[in-house]
Structure formats: C-alpha cells, structure tokens
Design a protein around this ligand. Structure first.
Ligand code: SF4
Ligand code: SF4
Length: 180
C-alpha cells in the first residue's frame, strides 16, 4: 500500500569535479557504524563507497540506498558512453548479486541513515569530513510516497538465515523472546 505525506527530505549532493578520491567519507562512515561506535575503520561497513569512473577519470561517491531481494536484469549490460562496465558499479542498492553495501560480519544489507542518532549530529559525517567540499548537505520539504516496508524485513531475514543458518536464527529469536 502506498500513501504520501509532507516530509523533510534530506539530500547529499555530489560535486564530481571536487572529489579527489581520498575516501575520508568511507572511513568516517564505517567508523560511525562500527560496534562499539568509532572502535574500528572498515570501508566494507561504509554506507558510502567511492568508485573510480575510468572513462571520465573521476571518482564517484555512491551512497547505499534500499536493498532488493533480487538482482536486476540489466546488471551485465551497464554501459556508459558505449563502453561496458563490469557489473553495476555505480548502483547504490544492496542486492544478492554482489557484496557491496553489506555488513561484513552478518551479511545484512546496509543503508545510509544520514547518521541519524540521538542527540542528532550537526550534519552527516561524510559531508563533515569531506575537506575538498565534494559533498554538501541540503534539506527540503516535499510530498513523499511511503510504501509499506514489507520487503525489507524479508530481505534482511533471508540474508541472516543464509549466513547463520535457520536453526541458529530460530534459537536466537527464541532466546531473545524469553529475555524480553
Ligand atoms: S571525502 Fe569527499 S573528496 Fe574524499 S572521496 Fe569522499 S567525497 Fe571524495
Ligand atoms: S550520511 Fe552518514 S550514514 Fe550516510 S553515507 Fe554519509 S556518513 Fe554514512
């Protein structure tokens, strides 16, 4: 079911001309999402990854968006200016076809959360650490369509079961239920 409401939309704009490929954004984001927080740096955990576009000789920061339960049909034909790229390099979706945007320990999909936490940060971390100014944060009011997030839980559960096995997941949920 889809419904819409007036919401504050948070955006991070990218200026490719300013990105130097320093990957400070990856490091900051991965540290922010480590457990405990800021205890380690592992770009595999980052919700932003910097991809080199070899054709245009620029770095392209890509943020993790929604996950999908199935790989898209176009992934073997990603073509830019007549040249084919291996896999879907600039896609921000966590999907079964590749390891990008998956939590390294659990294999669960990761998604940019705009560093939401309490108390709120003064702005997204990746923007704060981007010294060349390639990333900028903006907010705007907009009508946003919401879809009942029925698929997200299933994708996360499937990834967890694939990683840990159904019996372990079931036992863990049972133990947790008893503690609650
Ligand atoms: S911190 Fe900024 S300049 Fe460095 S890789 Fe990330 S987006 Fe590019
Ligand atoms: S806004 Fe925060 S969570 Fe999103 S990519 Fe940047 S550092 Fe990571």
């Amino acid at each position: 079911m889809v419904h819409s409401t007036a919401n504050k939309v948070k955006e991070i704009k990218v200026d490719l001309d300013k990105c130097t490929g320093c990957r400070a954004c990856e490091m900051a984001c991965s540290a922010c999402h480590a457990t405990p927080k800021y205890s380690s740096v592992n770009p595999a955990r980052s919700r932003i990854r910097v991809i080199k576009d070899v054709l245009k000789d620029v770095y392209v920061p890509v943020r993790a968006g929604d996950c999908t339960p199935a790989e898209c049909t176009g992934r073997h034909a990603y073509t830019v200016e007549g040249k084919e790229y291996p896999e879907c390099s600039f896609c921000g979706v966590s999907c079964p076809a590749r390891d990008l945007f998956k939590e390294p320990d659990s294999g669960l999909p990761v998604k940019c959360d705009m560093c939401e936490e309490l108390p709120p940060l003064s702005g997204p971390l990746c923007v704060q650490v981007c010294r060349p100014g390639a990333l900028s944060y903006a907010e705007r009011e907009a009508e946003v369509a919401h879809e009942t997030p029925q698929g997200e839980l299933e994708v996360a559960l499937k990834a967890l079961i694939n990683r840990q096995g159904l019996r372990n997941v079931r036992d863990s949920v049972a133990r947790r239920s008893q503690q609650e």
